[in-house]
Ligand binder design. Structure first.
Ligand code: CS2
Ligand code: MN
Length: 358
């Protein structure tokens, strides 16, 4: 297992590389060129610049999260071929500098989404991200995007880049006629083009689940349960076509059994990376908040999760995912330092206990 931490780059993150390096057990970063719009080539010069900052800080950069997929690829528009060519160039460039895994998602229009980015937990004064399907029902996508941008403390959230959202209504309309099967066809077209290149250069693509783990705003979504990921993996059967198994995203849906999913995809050798965090279900089925990482704080059994990873994919990359805001920290929602650092140490502790108990 390699314990890593997400980092958005010197000008886009409130956390420094030195702070990350000082978290016990962290050996690398899941990195990104944050300024890049979906569809643009990541040049070698830009990659070298980024990776060498990490190396100078004593951190590895074997995982990138994310190279975002241009909307025209998901929509299957004729212009997709140009963006797929660019994606392939980026894959080749990243492979030259030691990258082994690229995390991405294939969610139409929106990346992960919450109805409240900073909900007070009255019992301890911390703030968590929160989702309630009933609240979502009373908002339009434009309302939601506006609220998200207003409450992001000046940061652009991953996948919520302004250029993608400026023409939100137009893009939403393009999906109006699209069902899951057509989206899967477009996904397959993309995988058929990129996966052979990944095999050639030694990169694994890891698809991140839909978050929350169900369809929203009537958009087709494919990646929120075991059957959905089975279809994605079968769409182009290759060792390079893998899952980024995010426990908190999949765990938002009470019907997903996370340790069982880890065993299922791990035994197939199709887990490219893990995001490990907890979630607390709040009574109604589609209502939850992000809790601290400990099993006792949420509804996922983190010991069982780490045990399943230990059993079926012990060499995978792991990172703590979203943290709460604690100790007065302000920063990019979900991506402060303190709670994620606590999460990383807790996960490393579980790992040590599991390893020694074997
Ligand atoms: C991340 C996602 O912050 C998160 O929850 O897990 O933004 C993830 O990076 C993307 O969906 C992957 O493309
Ligand atoms: Mn995640």
């Amino acid at each position: 297992m390699k314990m890593t931490f997400r980092w958005f780059g010197a000008s886009s993150d409130s956390v420094s590389l030195q702070q990350i390096r000082q978290i016990p057990g962290i050996t690398g970063v899941m990195g990104v060129l944050d300024a890049k719009a979906a569809g643009e080539v990541w040049t070698e010069a830009e990659i070298v610049d980024y990776v060498s900052q990490l190396h100078a800080a004593g951190l590895e950069c074997e995982v990138i999260e994310s190279v975002n997929v241009h909307e025209d690829i998901k929509l299957g528009l004729p212009s997709r071929n140009r963006y797929i060519d660019n994606y392939i160039t980026t894959i080749r460039n990243l492979a030259k500098y030691g990258v082994k895994v690229i995390i991405y998602n294939f969610m139409p229009v929106l990346d992960w989404l919450r109805t409240d980015l900073a909900r007070l937990n009255p019992e301890d004064g911390s703030y968590s991200m929160f989702y309630d399907d009933q609240d979502l029902g009373s908002m339009t996508p434009v309302d939601l995007v506006r609220r998200t941008a207003e409450h992001s403390n000046g940061f652009t959230l991953p996948g919520w880049e302004p250029e993608r959202l400026a023409d939100l209504e137009r893009v939403m309309a393009l999906y109006a006629q699209m069902d899951e099967n057509s989206l899967l066809q477009n996904f397959t077209y993309f995988l058929d083009a990129i996966i052979p290149v990944c095999e050639e250069v030694g990169i694994r693509m890891a698809c991140h689940p839909d978050d929350p783990a169900w369809p929203i705003f009537g958009l087709p979504r494919l990646a929120h349960d075991q059957a959905g990921f089975d279809r994605i993996l079968a769409a182009h059967d290759s060792h390079a076509n893998t899952v980024c198994l995010c426990t908190g995203s999949l765990g938002s849906n009470v019907h997903n059994n996370i340790p069982a999913m880890i065993r299922h995809f791990g035994q197939m050798d199709r887990i490219g990376a893990m995001h490990v965090r907890n979630v607390r279900h709040l009574g109604a089925e589609r209502r939850f908040c992000e809790s601290a990482h400990l099993s006792a704080c949420g509804d996922l059994d983190m010991y069982e999760i780490m045990k399943a990873i230990h059993e079926v994919c012990p060499d995978t990359y792991i990172r703590p995912d979203h943290g709460r805001m604690i100790w007065g920290e302000t920063g990019r929602p979900g991506y402060g330092l303190y709670d994620r650092a606590l999460g990383a140490c807790y996960l490393s502790g579980l790992w040590e206990a599991i390893s020694k108990g074997h």
